[in-house]
Design a binder for this molecule. Structure first.
Ligand code: DHE
Length: 589
């Protein structure tokens, strides 16, 4: 396996999370010497920001002896900064996640000066240099330091009562069309996240026309399609789920519900006989998932994910729900719980007597997808540089693989037939420039199954997504978090048929200057998430600029690798994820 350079960068992109290297036994720094300054790698810019929680007003705790003095204004500013930038690593309750715990027994032991230095200068363990980078002012560093010496506030729960009161059945099932009432090719429709607008755009795959734009939750995250292809589900970071009926003359939201205060994932039942019957959504806060009626979104079963970590078996108060997929082999949802490292296979046939298989996998599970047969589910534990593999037919873990790269981030991954290794699933990485290929065929190619068969460089670190299609011979790899503007504005394309497996010769790639093709005058747009049309003939890229600057979608011809269309429209505000109806419905990637 060829070795790869890990990215260590002083540059921060976008919002980053605090990652204190605080230990229970770490003594306060006594020396007058200025602490070393540390930057961060691209993955630091990809840590969860509790954008909804930051809007809450939390009560300032009653003052205890030796508490630092803090005004209500300072407390409000500190909670906002903490939820926005720190909670992703250190947990909402400061009990620790990928970052260390910041509970007062630890922070008080270390003291004001020690904490202030960490916030200002960062640490080699991943804490960015918030003070010296200018991200936080001196005053803000002081406020955050005092905040960490006070007891953390707990945001409110969001239980069944709150869910039910937020539930809106806007168009009852009996009032919806009995057959498709529009002439759209809905299978080739693209649901495009307009992140900062809190909307999705439905764009026709043939004409590139924006058919409609629909209001959704705040900073909407992903779209999923029901098994029949009729219903589109969208979830916002604020936990709002919209159910959109694609059969209506002009598709619109027919039901909505707020399932939590911070959320990222939604999915619908796909097993034979259960098509369109149920919907599930998971949240970061409160840590829980809820199973809902597939026609109305009425909440049926709410399950907390609080519990013990798979390894040390210690209680964790806030294990977030990351990716969720629907099994094709059993009537089950596959729910990935980050902090406890468990993959839950939840049988949805009897919600009163819920059966769950709990698989011990790895901590910090994030995103993943099926292999080409849809029997195996591969999910990245990105902070552990691993991919876990579950056999959804036998309901057991069949692999836990070190990818050979730093922080795998596959999206749903990419499946293709490698000329030497047979069927493989690919992931790129946030923390370095590598792409890893994992063999997925235990029957035909057992010597390669659940092993990294190749690992080679693409154009740079900071990759989030890669994609191919069964009809394509190309593998596209993005790098939107790369600090080099030229790299983050393009994509790498590999010709799969030319992959030789030769360990001394990396597969060559071509760089496509996607943002340049979009011809956007202002800003520094990043190119993110390749997504194929239904036919596998075109691949779409988001050219993601800031909210008040022009963005675009660039459509590339998969055969010629030339630009076919640049979609620009004032409504295309911060386009990020794109979800083709047929590919998402059938888990084709
Ligand atoms: Fe995502 C998928 C969480 C930031 C675009 N993102 C996911 C999934 C999770 C997740 C758990 C898997 C959902 C599933 O499969 O059920 N994302 C998070 C975060 O916690 C994180 C790091 C920070 C945050 O505060 O949200 C984060 N994500 C981003 C972005 O900054 C991106 C690039 C732009 C955006 O819209 O916010 C982004 N995430 C996406 C996309 C997918 C996704 C496009 C689906 C990819 C796919 O092809 O399936």
């Amino acid at each position: 396996m060829r070795s790869r350079a890990t990215y260590v960068l002083a540059t921060l992109i976008g919002s980053v999370a605090l990652a204190f290297a605080l230990t229970a036994d770490g003594a306060p720094a006594k020396s007058k010497k200025k602490p070393d300054e540390h930057g961060s790698d691209p993955s630091a810019s990809y840590t969860a920001s509790m954008t909804t929680l930051r809007q809450l007003k939390m009560a300032l705790p009653g003052r205890r002896p030796n508490d630092p003095v803090m005004s209500v204004g300072e407390w409000n500013e500190a909670t906002k900064i903490y939820f926005e930038r720190c909670a992703g690593c250190h947990g909402v309750l400061r009990k620790g996640a990928t970052g260390k715990a910041l509970t007062t027994d630890l922070t008080r032991k270390n003291g004001y000066e020690y904490l202030k230095n960490f916030i200002t200068f960062g640490s080699p363990a991943g804490m960015p240099n918030w003070g010296t980078s200018g991200e936080l002012t001196k005053k803000q560093v002081d406020v955050m330091t005092r905040y960490l010496l006070l007891e953390p506030p707990a945001p409110p729960e969001w239980g069944m009562a709150e869910m039910k009161s937020s539930w809106k059945l806007l168009v009852k099932p009996e009032d919806r069309p009995k057959s498709k009432a529009n002439d759209w090719d809905i299978e080739n429709l693209m649901s495009v996240t307009l992140r900062d607008a809190g909307k999705v755009a439905l764009i026709d795959g043939a004409t590139y026309e924006i058919r409609t734009v629909i209001d959704t939750g705040y900073a909407v995250h992903i779209s999923r399609i029901s098994a029949s292809g009729r219903y589109l589900f969208v979830i916002g970071r604020d936990g709002l789920v919209n159910m959109i009926d694609l059969w209506m003359k002009v598709p619109q939201t027919v039901a909505s519900i707020k399932i939590g205060m911070e959320a990222r994932s939604v999915e619908t039942s796909k097993f034979k006989g259960w098509e369109d019957k149920l919907v599930v959504a998971g949240s970061y806060w409160p840590p829980q998932y809820v199973i809902m009626d597939g026609e109305t979104l009425e909440p049926k079963k709410l399950v907390s994910t609080r519990g013990n970590t798979y390894d040390e078996q210690n209680y964790h108060p806030e294990p977030r729900v990351a990716s969720i997929v629907a099994s094709h082999y059993r009537p089950e949802f596959i729910i990935n719980v980050k902090e406890t490292g468990k993959i839950l296979l939840v049988d949805y046939t009897d919600l009163k007597n819920l059966k769950t298989v709990e698989i011990e996998a790895e901590r910090f599970l994030h995103d993943g997808g099926f292999d080409s047969t849809k029997r195996y589910f591969l999910v990245a534990a990105n902070a552990r540089d691993k991919v876990a593999v579950v056999d959804t037919k036998e309901n057991k873990l069949v692999g836990l693989i070190e990818t050979g790269g730093v922080k795998p981030h596959p999206g749903r991954g990419a499946n293709f037939e490698h000329p030497v290794y047979g069927p493989v699933w690919a992931t790129s990485h946030l923390g370095d420039d590598s792409v890893s290929l994992i063999g997925t065929d235990p029957e035909g190619n057992s010597e390669y199954a659940w092993k990294v068969v190749d690992n080679f460089p693409a154009q740079g670190g900071g990759s989030l997504f890669l994609k191919t299609h069964p009809k394509s011979k190309h593998l596209y790899v993005d790098a939107p978090l790369n600090p080099d503007p030229e790299t983050s504005a393009g994509v790498a394309v590999f010709d799969i048929s030319k992959m030789t497996g030769d360990k001394d010769k990396d597969p060559e790639f071509k760089s496509l200057p996607i943002a340049k093709w979009a011809n956007i005058g202002k800003g520094q747009p990043r190119v993110v998430q390749p997504e194929f049309n239904k036919y596998g003939t075109e691949v779409w890229f988001s050219v993601w600029n800031s909210k008040d600057t022009e963005s675009a979608i660039v459509v590339v011809d998969d055969k010629t690798l030339e630009v076919k269309k640049v979609i620009k429209d004032p409504r295309l505000i911060t386009p990020t994820g794109k979800f083709n109806v047929a590919n998402t419905q059938g888990d084709v990637y």
